[in-house]
Design a protein around this ligand. Sequence first.
Ligand code: CU
Ligand code: CU
Length: 285
Amino acid sequence: MYSRKNQRDLTRTEKKRLVDAILEVKRSGRYDEFVDLHRRYYVTDAETGPRPAHMTPSFFPWHRRYLLEFEQALRAVDSRVSIPYWDWTRDNTTGASLWAEDFLGGTGRPGDRQVMTGPFAYRQGNWRLRAGVTDDPFLRRNLGRPSAPLELPSAADVERALKDPVYDTAPWNSTSATGFRNRVEGWALRNRATANHNTVHNWIGGSMAGAASPDDPAFWLHHAFIDLLWDRWQKAHPRSRYLPARALPADDPQRGRVYPLDQPMPPWDVAPSQLMEHSGIYRYV
Ligand code: CU
Ligand code: CU
């Protein structure tokens, strides 16, 4: 059992250990495999086929497992390291220590949005993005989107999402208008209506705004907080359960596309029911 800490509480040494472990996973080639995996499972509901990761009830359990896999890769490099969480309701400015030179580095420069500071700046030589078809090899950010300013979700937005006692609702996709899952994932409810996970991706912008978002190490800190919010929701609603609880009826257009409680998810063949708890592995402090 280990702890996941608030990133604002990390010491200089802890930040350095985390950065060094991330750079080593990158150097070994495994980091890019994680990015590829996320790309592969970025299936939208405009496409056909199963959606284990996004626009789907299993958004929380799929990402929980995904983070665990990455965390294991980090801990194989340095067992003192874990994924910290970024509470973006508190550390909600471009001046937060998260974006400092000694941690994730700052925003991108005007024009190409290339990140120029910190350990993940391309010019430091350790962070080359695996090229897509048109993608640049450097990490890009556009913190706060100055041309059309965005705000990160507030504590009140988070509270509003946590109040919904229903885990998810039909049609179990990006258009689900209520339910904790989409109030957090954030497709149907725009403009900071809730604890909108998508808004956070867009607030960082650049590499974080697309299917290859784990190219930005901020991804892991953001998703650790999303994972923590799932805990909070479970504690707030002890009688609520993951939905759908069982396979959808044969005439439901989402049948076979979303993952009910006991249906194993790729690529790990693990069902949401096996990811409801993480006690015994890690805890949030
Ligand atoms: Cu994702
Ligand atoms: Cu995300």
